[in-house]
Design a protein. Sequence first.
Length: 342
Amino acid sequence: MHPQFPIQYQFPLQSLNTFGIAASAHAYLRVTKTEQLLGVFADAAWVSLPKLVLGGGSNLLLTKDFPGLVLHIALQGREVLASDEHHHYVRAAAGENWHEFVQWTLAQGLGGLENLSLIPGTVGAVPIQNIGAYGLETKDVFHSVTVFDPATSSTRTMDAAACRFGYRDSIFKQDDGRHLIIVDVCFALPKQWQPNLRYAELAQALAEQGIATPSAQQVADTVIAIRRRKLPDPAVIGNAGSFFKNPVVTGAQCAALLERFPTLVHHAQPDGSEKLAAGWLIDQCGWKGRTMGAAGVYPKQALVLVNNGGAQGADVVALARAIQADVQARYGVLLEPEPVFI
Ligand SMILES: Cc1cc2nc3c(=O)[nH]c(=O)nc-3n(C[C@H](O)[C@H](O)[C@H](O)COP(=O)(O)OP(=O)(O)OC[C@H]3O[C@@H](n4cnc5c(N)ncnc54)[C@H](O)[C@@H]3O)c2cc1C
């Protein structure tokens, strides 16, 4: 074993993905220093192998053993960098646990990330799909990201425009950015913090506690309580959160659907399109609580597919395909999976 690259072979990945799927990697490296990436991509033996950059494994579905090298990003470190008239800037290394980082910013007295509390995974994966929850998306609090580019074996900084953020999307999911490895992320947190209570359920939950002007920590605590109530804990039951993105349709498509399905759940978007609730569509097709083999649809939330114990990636894929087919047949809408299939 090379001392700088303690690569391990036939490495089990079951405990490294929140679905709890049993699969192995041909080779595995826990990356604790950026220089290790330089070394890997300078070594002819490793360059040609397929790579999987792994964070917390909470947004991927392993469908088979991985035939290449898994780069498990474990880079650590976080700091308050600077302030200007409007913002405090905080930076964290890609391997930091996201929820712990959010809690740390709150402990520094810095609000802004609290609506994204308790989302599993690492800081480095946060920009990949522009994670969002409870009325906030990454792009709203993002400043810049440092990436390692294997094509040039160098690092560079990218701002929000360069990241091309969209709904559960960014350049890091596109052909011209998929190869980039995120090393650290910098967030711009507002100096004049105001609670973001755009999400009705969050506002209501705070009101029920009699909290009219919540602190950032109170918003975080309420988000955490709601999430614990609604979502399965991956430590108990394997899952990757929402399995499908909410489909976006044109205004005309939505109007046509509403004629046939007057209770259709939809949310108007600023550009005139309409976002449909994927969970509602799946529920209406009768899938909530149903199982197919060892895979199933979470009884409390139809958007979440679960591993009821011993499921293979193929079981989850088969269930997802069956759901997609039903929703397509009934509503003419194709549901797009949110997790990355490996
Ligand atoms: C219970 C539960 C609830 C969830 N709730 C939400 C939610 O509310 N909102 C939401 O948006 N998501 C949610 N998710 C999905 C998931 O937690 C997020 O997408 C998270 O950011 C994934 O982080 P990760 O480190 O686990 O990424 P991984 O699953 O390890 O990787 C996901 C993708 O990012 C790539 N990647 C990871 N790290 C890097 C890096 N450093 N550089 C380059 N590429 C990288 C991987 O190659 C892969 O393609 C939820 C998941 C679960 C299990």
